[in-house]
Design a protein around this ligand. Structure first.
Ligand code: GLN
Length: 462
């Protein structure tokens, strides 16, 4: 793991001109040329990236004020819009679509002098947890190429692991930033719902989606989130609260009371995950923090069952615009199996004769889960858990939809409750010929990203 202090140094080098923006872009472009064919991470390169770097170098030479992300190279998941780049959502449905506007998060990072170099592969319409559902072929995990990189933000996580960029932007509806961050051995942050504008993010489920950073160190994630967070007139669900400078929260300011969820313990499937989790709790205790068992009650057992009716219904509704009139193709004729399953399932659930029965039940469960978290956060500062109940499988392993959906048992709850959560690398497990990275997840209450970063910093080598 590149540690935060090296990355902080790099930012300073760019600001001082010790490293030029052009050199930085060319470094990543050469990595990408060398290994993208092997990993299948990039869907489209931004041809204007080198020119932008040259313009930024001139800006520095002219002694103009430089932005917080000056010269940093960023890749974005292909469900986020950036002018001139395709936003295909890794689907044939949108294969001819080029964005005509910048997503709010993209505009903010460009305003702070970042450089976008590519749009990345993912599970089609962010539907999946393995990176195998893309219409443009699966992405390989640079850390262990026989196994899935995780998903749906497979491209962004793999891009960081393969050293294709400084920062990648992903999206997380039920775990899609955190799950691949764990499998690829990097950092991934899902902000609280409403912390980051969703304008320009092509929805999977609008009541759950959030954009967030994937990086190889905590400082980069904190820096990026400080830039993209905050209210937007383009997204009515964004919250007005002031955004702290998260880079000032990269060390623990006290001994924390940390919860471990009783109901999660029985879902852990692999012994390696169990032993990593137990030793993590032990280490935290040795460092002086308190580990407290907490219960999220009965409703948490229905998290996956509540999540999918919400996702199916909202995805069905959100994709009605892909009827060929504006975007060229009818989604039902052009999409892969998983997205189609969600559309057909969503259509069924939304039938008028059911009068919203399934959707309303799922919403009620979501509310109960949210209340359970509120209660737990009166007892503890944060919660830790494994990221997934299972280690990443070998490519080609046949899974039923239910088995695939079960990967998100520990990540979906944070989306349902609207709280923030993040993942940092913890260990590597030896499995046959592979060294499989394993992350640890921290969850903190709504808008408590400052606490989230402080707790995550306990796991970063200083
Ligand atoms: N795996 C989950 C799903 O397929 C989560 C996806 C996501 O977070 N975008 O819905």
């Amino acid at each position: 793991m590149v540690n935060s202090s090296n990355f902080r140094e790099k930012c300073l080098d760019l600001q001082r001109g010790k490293l030029s923006c052009e050199e930085n872009v060319r470094y990543f472009l050469s990595n990408l040329e060398k290994s993208n064919e092997k990993y299948n991470i990039v869907l489209e390169l931004n041809k204007a990236a080198v020119d932008r770097a040259k313009t930024l170098d001139k800006k520095r030479a002219a002694k103009e004020k430089l932005g917080h992300l000056f010269g940093l190279v960023i890749c974005i998941k292909s469900n986020i819009t950036a002018i001139g780049l395709g936003a295909t959502c890794a689907s044939k449905t949108l294969e001819n679509f080029t964005s005509s506007y910048n997503a709010d998060c993209v505009q903010k990072l460009l305003d702070e002098d970042a450089i976008i170099i590519a749009s990345l592969n993912c599970d089609e319409f962010a539907s999946g947890s393995g990176g195998e559902n893309s219409a443009y072929g699966k992405t390989l995990n640079p850390k262990c190429p026989d196994r899935i990189p995780g998903g749906s933000s497979s491209g962004p996580a793999a891009a960081i692991a393969a050293d294709f960029c400084d920062i990648a932007l992903g999206t997380d509806t039920g775990g899609s930033i955190r799950n691949p961050a764990s499998h690829c051995g990097i950092v991934g942050i899902k902000p609280s719902y409403g912390r980051v504008s969703r304008h320009g993010l092509i929805d999977l489920a609008m009541s759950l989606d959030q954009v967030g950073p994937l990086t190889d160190n905590l400082y980069a994630s904190a820096l990026l989130l400080s830039v993209i967070a905050g209210p937007s007139p383009n997204d009515a669900t964004t919250l007005p609260d002031k955004v702290p400078d998260y880079t000032e929260h990269l060390s623990a300011k006290k001994n924390f009371v940390i919860g471990r969820v009783k109901e999660f313990d029985e879902l852990i499937h692999d012994k390696e995950i169990k032993s990593m989790f137990e030793s993590t709790c032990k280490e935290l205790k040795e460092k002086g923090h308190t580990i407290q068992e907490v219960s999220l009650g009965e409703s948490i057992k229905l998290a996956i069952q509540a999540y999918y009716p919400l996702v199916y219904t909202e995805f069905f509704s959100g994709t009605r615009k892909f009827d060929s009139i504006k975007y060229g193709k009818v989604i039902e004729d052009t999409t892969g199996n998983e997205a189609l399953r969600r559309i057909l399932g969503g259509k069924e659930i939304s039938r008028s004769e059911y009068d919203g029965a399934y959707y309303k039940k799922a919403l009620a469960t979501k509310e109960l889960i949210s209340q359970a978290f509120d209660k737990v956060f009166t007892q503890v500062d944060c919660i830790i858990s494994p990221v997934t109940p299972k280690l990443p499988h070998i490519f080609g392993t046949k899974l039923t939809p239910e088995e695939e959906y079960a990967y998100d048992a520990f990540t979906i709850p944070a989306n349902l409750a609207g709280i923030c959560a993040g993942v940092v690398p913890k260990e590597k497990v030896k499995l046959e010929n592979d060294e499989v990275p394993l992350g640890i997840q921290v969850m903190a209450n709504k808008l408590k990203e400052d606490i989230l970063f402080e707790v995550l910093s306990l796991f970063e080598e200083k």
